[in-house]
Design a protein around this ligand. Structure first.
Ligand code: 5GP
Ligand code: ZN
Length: 119
């Protein structure tokens, strides 16, 4: 069922502490932690604690939680001091776009020049 923890989900395991992560921010409904394979000087993943497979499912199944994730992404950017220079929030959606973990997550990327359009 949407929102329920999934025993085979890496990010559900990070939420409960079964898999360690470098957590930089936590709210009642979200967790933000450093990506294990950073693509920029600042690369933080912001996830809802509840399991939803991707951003679109999250927004459909739990719109207020989707807003919490976006708000937390902005708070992380400010905390990491990349907000003034500018940063990118990315939701890879589907394997063809590079999604490898099917628990919705926002990549918050900054601290270097960011090309547009992205690759
Ligand atoms: P996706 O490719 O699904 O958009 O993003 C998944 C992200 O999770 C990747 O950037 C990958 O580096 C990161 N990742 C995968 N396994 C782990 C892990 O065990 N810990 C952390 N902190 N990040 C992970
Ligand atoms: Zn999950």
């Amino acid at each position: 069922m949407a929102g329920e923890p999934q025993s085979d989900c890496l990010f559900c395991k990070i939420v409960v502490g079964d898999v360690p992560a470098t957590i930089v921010r936590e709210t009642a409904t979200t967790v933000a932690f450093r990506d294990i394979n950073p693509q920029a000087p600042t690369h933080v993943l912001v996830i809802p604690k509840a399991h939803h497979t991707d951003a679109a499912a999250l927004a459909t199944e739990a719109p207020e939680l989707a807003a919490d994730v976006l708000r937390a992404a902005g708070e992380v950017a400010a905390q990491e001091k990349i907000d003034e220079a500018g940063y990118r929030v990315v939701f890879n959606t589907g394997a063809g776009a590079g999604q490898t973990v099917f628990h919705a997550h926002a990549h918050v990327l900054g601290g270097r020049g960011l090309e547009w359009p992205p690759g």
